[in-house]
Design a protein around this ligand. Structure first.
Ligand code: DSN
Length: 448
């Protein structure tokens, strides 16, 4: 008897296996991580925190949550100054929980504008939080013909003029590195708290390949939110860190550690039972980052993260050499190109999808077009790096992308060329053979 749900699940698995995924916010967690998301842990309710639950039967979830909290703090070297909440479910929810923790109605939030690379959950015109908070944005400054970055002078001027209570530092589509410390210091000097949203870059931060908002005493971020499924390569989920003391500039808050205020806001303030399957899977991901567990390709997490950066640079360099316009030189896991003015980014995204290349259209700094049909395309390399893409395959992929954008080649030939790549990439999830066997079978192909 056909089962629509299981058949569709199998189809989605095949779709993922047979396409080239360049979505910068997606990745392929280890099979162990993925298995844990559907594990027995998901059946247990446990409102509250370790040692203080409202239901019985929580001795093991207590152990689990405490262990994963400890690993989360260890990964980001944050043990001395921060606590962490693992119950926040998603990045957008984590950001909202910060607003609810530290702001009162009509308080002001400042964040990077959406067009320049900010995120929807950092307020913006469409956010439901506009009912409760005031919001303004800072932007990027053009420093070269094809180079945009945060200008600290303008950032400070905006803070001085708007006087926000919370400044958000951390972005969704920003290809350059930036330093958290000066951005936090400036905000603090003007009496504002800082939320660092490291959702996109948390894997790079954990590997020491991007500046960190942790470890700078009072000059670090007050709250740090991250998702767990992007460069960190865990399951869909999030974590929220907060200082374990109240800094002077946060004197509008009760005189308590910021993490205590966050914990109270998460439960019983807003959320119900935590998803322990998600927490267990995040635990597996953190063990892989720390090196006590291995991703099936057997690279260390640091080696993987370095490859993400190298691969993104190579993709960008090749696209540029083929005549595509880069927005800013990439220093991270993603690059952005600006399409020619008459091109339709939605149509090009769909054309790429039709040959098996999965990307997203994106606004670019100063974009005059709409968010539905913006001027740019965004490419990220975390997912394909997890599948072991080689340098030659990246060059071929850039050529395929360029030929699709410029309408240079027949579709059936492009489809075959994509297939030639996907066929040889690692795929870790086949259920009928063990992970180890999958690796052995694909190892020869990967390095041929
Ligand atoms: N929507 C995600 C992204 O692609 O950047 C972030 O949540």
């Amino acid at each position: 008897m056909p089962n629509f749900v299981t058949d569709l699940t199998q189809e989605e698995s095949l779709r993922q296996r047979n396409t080239l995924n360049l979505i910068a916010s997606e990745n392929y967690p280890s099979p162990k991580c993925l298995d844990l998301t559907g594990s027995q842990w998901s059946l247990k309710y446990g409102e509250g925190y370790p040692g203080k639950r409202y239901y019985a039967g929580n001795n093991l979830v207590d152990e689990l949550e405490l262990f994963v909290m400890q690993k989360a703090l260890e990964v980001f070297k944050a043990q001395d100054e921060y606590g962490v909440n693992l119950q926040v479910l998603s990045g957008s929810v984590a950001n909202s929980l910060v607003y609810l923790s530290c702001l009162q109605p009509q308080d002001k939030i400042l964040s990077l504008s959406l067009a320049d690379g900010g995120h929807l959950s950092h307020m913006h015109d469409t956010s439901s939080w506009n009912k409760f908070f005031e919001h303004q944005t800072y932007g990027l400054t053009q420093i070269g013909e094809r180079d945009w970055q945060i200008d600290l002078g303008e950032y400070e001027a905006k803070i001085a003029e708007f006087k926000p209570k919370l400044v958000i530092v951390g972005f969704s589509s920003y290809p350059k590195k930036f330093d958290f410390v000066p951005m936090c210091q400036i905000a603090h000097q003007h009496g504002a708290m800082v939320l660092a949203d490291i959702a996109h870059i948390s894997g790079l931060v954990a590997s020491g390949l991007h500046s960190t908002p942790f470890g700078y005493g009072v000059d670090g971020a007050d709250f740090v939110a991250t998702t767990t499924h992007k460069t960190l390569r865990g399951p869909r989920g999030a974590m929220l860190f907060a200082k374990n003391y109240r800094p002077d500039y946060a004197s509008s808050l009760p005189d308590k550690p910021l993490i205590d205020i966050v914990n109270r806001t998460v439960f019983p303030g807003l959320l119900g039972g935590p998803n322990f399957a998600q927490i267990a899977s995040v635990g597996q991901c953190l063990l892989e980052v720390l090196g006590s567990e291995q991703y099936p390709d057997k690279l260390t997490f640091g080696e993987y993260s370095q490859r993400v950066l190298t691969n993104t640079k190579l993709l960008e360099k090749t696209l540029k050499s083929l005549g595509q316009n880069i927005v800013s030189p990439t220093e991270t896991h993603l690059c952005l190109i600006e399409l020619k003015d008459t091109y339709d980014s939605l149509h090009i995204q769909q054309e790429l999808e039709s040959i098996g290349v999965i990307v997203n259209r994106n606004t670019i700094p100063g974009d005059k077009k709409t968010a539905w049909k913006p001027s740019g395309l965004r490419f990220g390399m975390p997912a394909l790096t997890s599948r072991g893409i080689s340098e030659d395959q990246i060059v071929e992929l850039a050529n395929i992308i360029n030929e699709t954008i410029e309408n240079l080649s027949a579709k059936h030939i492009l489809i075959e060329r994509v297939h030639n790549i996907t066929n040889k990439l690692n795929w870790w999830y086949d259920k009928n053979i063990s992970t180890e066997e999958t690796f052995d079978l694909l190892d020869d192909i990967k390095f041929e």
